[in-house]
Design a protein around this ligand. Structure first.
Ligand code: SAM
Ligand code: SF4
Length: 332
């Protein structure tokens, strides 16, 4: 008998798994991590590559086909290409992508490519050195740009850029980033600032919305049209410039939530399952993995976590409660 897919109580089928491989990071984006006093997880609590692979084998047998590796900064995890090779060999896994801040990408791109990785999302909010420093508290813009160049040279495809958009801060970056993407054939994906900073810095008034950014791009570069036929479960709405040069995407989690099309589950680096970025509750799988739990037991834990999945986050409403973990400890 075929195994039933991972369906939640709202009928959403889940085939997409985000795996955080570390909560550590080599920069300090203010909307994700405090500048000082970050307490990292104990190394003994971090899942090994073998534990991650085991989990993925079970998830794939339940219908997961797509994986994104994230963090913290995944490239600070030693030997990441070894994990990539392991995950690409799991039957049923058809799509593997990595999200990185690219500080270490120039050095590691070749090994990642050699391990079979092709899809990259590079996080870059600004091309301005001073603003890069203001956002990340590190002077690493040049290394990020070198990492992007190297990944394009090696043939990663697609390379997309994630740019977090923050009102009263990154307005001047929206258009230059789109031009940068148009020149290189790289899609820029603007992400609305979400309340995941763990320091209560977020406010609705700090969200630079999709509509505001489309207006800026249209005014300064030219008209955009929505790309028809997009995958409804994809978080970004994609647009193309009518002059034919380039596309942009918007992850408008705040102004246009897409929760009803969500197909994602998350595994944190310390082995907790989360049905939503904003989940308050999480389910431990590490203990089960470490005491030799069976595939059926692991599968049952995935299903029980998913049964709790809510209709959606309620950002901006009085009901919203920010998750206790900041973004770097969840995995974006
Ligand atoms: N370190 C990698 C990176 O920065 O791409 C991977 C982990 S990071 C948590 C994943 C993504 O989360 C980043 O690309 C960034 O765009 C996004 N992000 C982090 N904090 C955010 C926030 N408060 N609001 C919106 N997006 C955020
Ligand atoms: Fe590090 Fe990524 Fe968080 Fe920035 S968004 S602090 S790069 S984990």
């Amino acid at each position: 008998m075929a195994t039933p897919p991972l369906v939640d109580s709202f009928g959403r089928v889940h085939d997409n798994l985000r795996i955080s491989v570390t909560d550590r990071c080599n920069i300090r984006c203010f909307y994700c991590m405090p500048e000082e006093g970050v307490e990292y997880m104990d190394r003994a609590d971090i899942l090994s590559f073998e534990e991650i692979e085991r989990f993925v084998r079970v998830a794939a047998s339940l219908g997961v086909t797509k994986i994104r590796i994230t963090g913290g900064e995944p490239l600070v995890r030693r030997d990441l290409p070894v994990l990539i090779e392991k995950l690409l060999s799991v039957p049923g896994i058809r799509d593997l992508a990595l999200t990185t801040n690219a500080v270490l990408l120039q050095d590691q791109a070749k090994a990642l490519y050699g391990a079979g990785l092709r899809r990259l999302n590079v996080h870059l909010d600004t091309l301005d050195r001073a603003r890069f420093f203001e956002i990340t508290r590190r002077d690493e813009l040049q290394r990020v740009l070198a990492g992007i160049d190297e990944s394009l040279r090696l043939g990663f495809d697609p390379v997309k850029i994630n740019a977090v958009a923050v009102k009263d801060l990154t307005e001047a970056d929206i258009v230059p980033l789109a031009r940068f993407g148009r020149e290189r054939g790289v899609e820029i994906r603007y992400i609305e600032f979400m309340p995941l900073d763990g320091q209560s810095l977020w406010g609705r008034s700090r969200v630079l919305t999709q509509d505001a950014m489309i207006a800026m791009l249209t005014r300064e570069i030219g008209p955009l049209e929505a790309i028809p036929g997009r995958d409804p479960s994809a978080p970004a709405s994609e647009y193309r410039f009518l002059d034919g040069a380039g596309t942009v995407g918007f992850i408008a989690s705040v102004s246009k939530p897409f929760c009803m099309n969500c197909n994602r589950i998350r595994l944190t680096s310390d082995g907790k399952l989360r049905y939503c970025l904003f989940a308050i509750e999480e389910t431990d799988v590490k203990e089960l993995l470490r005491r030799g739990g069976s595939d059926d037991e692991i599968g049952a834990v995935i299903r029980s976590n998913l049964r709790e999945k809510w209709a959606g986050h309620q950002i901006g409403t009085p009901q919203f409660v920010a998750p206790p973990r900041p973004m770097h400890a969840i995995g974006g």
